[in-house]
Design a protein around this ligand. Sequence first.
Ligand SMILES: [Zn+2]
Length: 422
Amino acid sequence: MTIAVGPAISDSRGRELEMRDIDLFQQALGLMPPWIVLKTRFDAEARRLDIDISFARGAKFICPSCGAPDCPAYDTIDKTWRHLNFFQHEAYLNARVPRIDCKTCGVKQVGVPWGRPDSGFTLLLEAYMMAMVKSMPVAAVSRLANEHDTRLWRVVHHYVEDARERGDHSAVTRVAFDETASRRGHDYVTLAVDLDAKRVLFVADGKDAKTIEAFAEDLEAHGGDPESVTEVCIDMSPAFIKGIGESLPKAEITFDKFHAVKIVNDGVDKVRRSEQKITPVLRNTRYIWLKNEDNLSTQQRETLGGLSGSNLKTARAYQIRLTFQDFYDLPSREVAEVFLKKWYFWATHSRLPPMIEAAKTIKRHWDGILRWFDTRIANGLLEGINSLVQAAKAKARGYRSNRNLKAIIYLIAGKLELQLPT
Ligand SMILES: [Zn+2]
C-alpha cells in the first residue's frame, strides 16, 4: 500500500508506514479482536484495494446456532465482501472465515461483524446502496456501483422482507385500497394503505376480490385483526366490494370521492363525444370539459364561458357534473342527502343517457357515497403514494417482476424500519 507514501520514502521507513496503514484500516473498519487486518494490496491499474483479514491464532468463537461460547476454529473458508469504495477504487475485504465444530450443533460457519455471510457486500456498503435505491432507480445504482442489478435486488429484498416481517399492524383500523398498473396496463397491483399511519401496509398482485383476502391474511400475520378494520375507502369496483364483504366483515365502505366524480365526468365525456359528430364547435374541447376551471388557460376559459351557457347537451351534462362536485362541499350528511336526491332527479331527467347511467351508478352506491360525510376519508393520500410509485416506475426501466416493484413500493411508501448499520 503506497498511495500516501510515494517512492521517495526509504525502505526502512516504508516498512514502518506499511505497519501504520494496517492499523489505519483496522481502526477505520472498526475491527475488534480476534479480527485483524493482515495486509493490504493496492492495484492502481485494476483500481482495486484488497484488505485481507484474519483472526488471531487460538481465537475462540461463539456458535451462531446455540450461542455456545469458546468454540475453537475447526477449519476456514475464504470469503470476499465488497466494501465502500476507497476513493475511486473498488475495495474488497477478504477473510478467512472460521467454521467451528460445536458440541451441540456440529460444524457451523461463524458470523463476521462487517457483513452478512452470503451477501458479498459489507453491511456499510449495503446501507449505502439502500439509501441510494430509495432516491434513484436500481438500474442507475447498479451502473454507479458497477455491480449487476440482480445482486442489488437481492440486497433490497433482504432488507425489505426483514423489515416487513417485523412490522406491527395491530393498530390498523382504517384502510384505503386502490389498484395501479404495474406494467403498461397489463398487470395490476393493489395497494392497501393505512389511512392513519399513512403508509403502504400491503401490496397484492391483481385487482380482484382475492387482493382483499390476501390483505386480511397479511394483516393477521402482522398482529392485526381483520375484524378491527372498521372503515375502508375504495372505488366502486364490484371486486373490491365483494372482497370487503368476505374478508373485512366489520368494515363500513366509503366510496372514494375522486372516483365518484370521475364516474360523472366520464358521463360528460360520452355526451360530448356523441354530440361533437354533429356539432363541430365542440371539436378539441375535451380537456375543457373534463378539467376544473381553475386548471384551464385564459383562452380555454373563454371557450368554456361561451359554450357552457349554451343549449348544447355537453353544456347541460357539464352543469350536472359541476353540481355533483358541489355536493362534496356541503356541511352535513343530512343536507347532502337532500341535495343528492335532487341532483339524482335532475340527472335522471336530463334525457342524456350517459348522465342517467352515471346517476344510477351513484344511486347504487348511495350509502357508501354519503358515508364520506361521516368519515371524510378519501384516496387522496393514496393518489399521492401512487404518484411516488409512478415516478419510481418511470425511472426504473425493467422492473423485471412485480416482486421488484412491490419491494420498491414498500421501501418508499411503507415507512419500514430497516435494520441497517449507521
Ligand atoms: Zn451450537
